[in-house]
Design a protein around this ligand. Structure first.
Ligand code: UDP
Length: 455
């Protein structure tokens, strides 16, 4: 262990942010750097509860925590109140944490690696004279879009409130996929307060990203050269994990149900649709029923992650006799070991909400996507998957704003018989793998990060 270099890694307290930062932290630890990983107290408790004793023993990171300021309003943790509170309390709490560590530890913190979504952490590092590295965990298109907000306003594409001025498709660069106005990260038609809230978050991100000397992204030049070209200071090090021996269960907020791997082992090769919509997506009960009936109608086997809060925060009800009718060919779990599933030969495609981690995980394993974006960067990610990489299809809403069971069945049929998409997915998988093996661009970028941290 190289004791002179001690990095504090700070994610935004959400699953899709903790996962990639913990992978980066593990990679640093395997390169001999001492790493302390800071979660909010609330999130740390979840992570520890989901870790097995052997995970805890093998964990090469030191876990520490800070208060998110919401102990007296825990219900705010699922809404905009979380970011408001973090913005208020995190700078002081992180500064105190660093001082405490430096007081008690032989090796003081030399660098802070922080999520751009909690960019104020990097300002604390700057104030304390520490090295700083920013990390962007969402889609690169979304970061490029945030960086271009002033230009989009100046050229009259959007107004000061982030609303598109016309109906034309939005183009950031000729090579990048086009965006509909409703697909802007902050777009929230009919809810100006929500739109302003997300637009302001994007503007905060833009400000910190512009000033950062390094912005790590979970992507690689081989897959994403056009976004990389328009994001200054980007250092693509993905797809994560870029190193062997990573313990994939560390950092998960809920325990993985491993029975699905045993079930998958019994299924024929290339026969199971994997259905998972990330950690926050919610449906109405009516829409949930359509998904269930669409999967049934498809006639294929499926492995479906149904979180206990997936229907407007509550446990869903299945259509009458659905579970009996699909028994044997449908496996449902509350939380799955997603990366192991995507690597499994029985998986035929990934029915996904297109969160960036899921996108990178699917690409890494050459799995075609059925895209159903829900919010934020997921719409632009879907355009990358469908239009730029051509490794998936997307679903269309009907006139009532629903995705019907028939639409789901039709698109599954189309996806599974589209050989071009499968060929593209396998080609990109190879490109992604090359990038993180010795000599590849992400591999080399990670090496240069290590040099920077050790300098
Ligand atoms: N994930 C998981 N088990 C599940 C569903 C998701 O471990 O059953 C992981 C997935 O591998 C990914 C993360 O949760 O790393 C979700 O991140 P993503 O950016 O895709 O979506 P978000 O949850 O942020 O919407």
């Amino acid at each position: 262990m190289d004791l002179q270099h001690h990095v504090l890694v700070v994610p935004c307290p959400a699953q899709g942010h903790v996962t990639p930062l913990i992978k980066i932290a593990y990679n640093l630890a395997y390169h001999g750097i001492k790493v302390t990983f800071a979660n909010s107290e609330f999130i740390e408790a979840k992570i520890l509860a989901a870790m097995s004793d052997s995970d805890k023993k093998q964990c090469p990171l030191r876990l520490v925590s800070y208060s998110d300021g919401l102990d007296s309003h825990p219900e705010e943790r699922n809404g905009p109140g979380l970011m408001d509170s973090l913005k208020k309390v995190m700078p002081d709490n992180i500064e105190k944490l660093i001082k405490q560590i430096n007081h008690s530890d032989k090796e003081p913190i030399t660098c802070v690696i922080a999520d751009l979504s909690v960019g104020w952490t990097l300002e604390v590092a700057s104030k304390m004279g520490l090295k700083q590295v920013a990390v962007w965990t969402a889609g690169t298109g979304c970061l490029a879009l945030s960086l271009h907000i002033p230009e989009l306003i100046e050229t009259g594409v959007i107004d000061e409130n982030g609303s598109a001025v016309g109906n034309e498709l939005i183009c950031l660069s000729e090579e990048l996929p086009l965006l509909k106005s409703s697909e802007l990260t902050w777009s929230s038609p009919g809810n100006p307060t929500a739109q302003k809230f997300v637009l302001d978050l994007c503007l905060d991100v833009k400000q910190v990203a512009k000033n950062a000397s390094i912005v790590l992204c979970n992507t690689c030049y081989e897959l994403d050269s056009f976004s990389c070209a328009i994001i200054p200071n980007i250092l693509p090090i993905g797809p994560l994990p870029a190193i062997k021996n990573l313990n994939p269960s560390s950092g998960t907020f809920s325990s993985h149900d491993l029975t699905c791997l045993i079930w998958l082992d019994k299924q024929p090769s290339n026969s199971v649709i994997y259905v998972a919509f990330g950690s926050t997506t919610v449906f109405s009960q009516k829409q949930f029923n359509e998904v269930a009936l669409g999967l049934e109608l498809s006639g294929h086997s499926f492995l479906w992650v149904v979180r206990p809060n997936i229907v407007n925060g509550s446990f869903p009800e299945y259509p009458i006799d659905f579970l009996e009718r699909t028994a044997g060919r449908g496996k449902i779990v509350e939380w799955a070991p997603q990366e192991e599933i995507l690597a499994h030969t029985s998986i035929s495609c990934f029915f996904s909400h297109c969160g960036w981690n899921s996108t990178m995980e699917g690409l890494t394993h050459g799995v075609p996507f059925l895209c159903w974006p829900y919010m934020w960067d997921q719409f632009y990610n879907k355009n990358y998957i469908r239009d730029m990489w051509k490794v998936g299809l997307s679903l269309e809403h009907d006139e009532d704003g629903m995705i019907s069971r028939h639409e789901i069945k039709t698109k599954i049929d189309n996806l599974l018989t589209n050989h071009g998409i499968k060929t593209n997915a396998l080609k990109l998988m190879e490109d992604a793998k090359k990038s993180v093996t010795e000599g590849g661009s992400s591999y080399e970028n990670f090496e240069s990060l290590i040099k920077y941290l050790k300098a």
